[in-house]
Design a protein around this ligand. Sequence first.
Ligand SMILES: N[C@@H](CCC(=O)N[C@@H](CS)C(=O)NCC(=O)O)C(=O)O
Length: 200
Amino acid sequence: MKVYFAPGSRAVRTVWLLEEIGKTYDLVRFTLGQKEMRGPEYTRINPNGRVPTLVDGDTTITESTAIAQYLGARYAPELIPGPDAANFATYLQWLHYAEGMIMPPINNYVVETILLPPERRNDEIAARSLKLLNRTLGAAEAHMQGREFLAGDFTIADTVTGHAVIVSRRLGADFSQCPNLAAYADRLEARDAFKAADSA
Ligand SMILES: N[C@@H](CCC(=O)N[C@@H](CS)C(=O)NCC(=O)O)C(=O)O
C-alpha cells in the first residue's frame, strides 16, 4: 500500500485511517506547493496533481473521502455502517460533510490568507469564507450535542470530517460558541492513530 502524502494536507486522513486499522503503508512524500506534484511523473498517477492518492496493488484511487470508503469497505467494515444500521444515513451525511460543506470555505480562506502573495489577497473574500466556515461548523456543533463521534460510534466519517474540524480550528475558525465541537476535536487529536498521521 502506497500513500502519496504531504504533511498538513488531506492525506493525513488516509494515513490516520490506515493507522486506525493497523495496515502498513509506504509514504511518497511531497510538501504542499512542491512543483513535482504538478509534474508529468505524478500527474500520470493523479491527473490533478493533488494528495492524497492511494495505490493498493493494481488499484489507484484519489479523493480522500473515496479512499476512506475504499479502505473501510476492504479492510475495516466495522468502521462503515451498512444500509441496515440505525446510523447509516447519519454516517453518510457526516462522511460527506467535509468535502461538501467545510472544505469549500476553507479552500477559499487558505487561498486568500496563505497561498496568494500578500498583494493579491482579498480581505473581503477571506472574511466571507471564514464567516461561511463558522456557519457550517455551527451545524456540526448542534449535531455533536450528546454524541461522542459523528455517527455515534467511531467511523471513517471521523477521519474525514473530523479532520476537517481539526483543520478548521487550527486555521482560526471561531470555536468559542462550539463546546461540543471543541471537545470532539480534542478527543480526535488525542487518538494515537491521529497523532501518528499528524506527525508523519
Ligand atoms: N477533493 C480532494 C481535494 C484534494 C486536494 O485539494 N488536496 C490538496 C491538499 S489538502 C492538494 O493536494 N493541494 C496541492 C495543490 O493544489 O497543488 C480530496 O478530498 O482528496
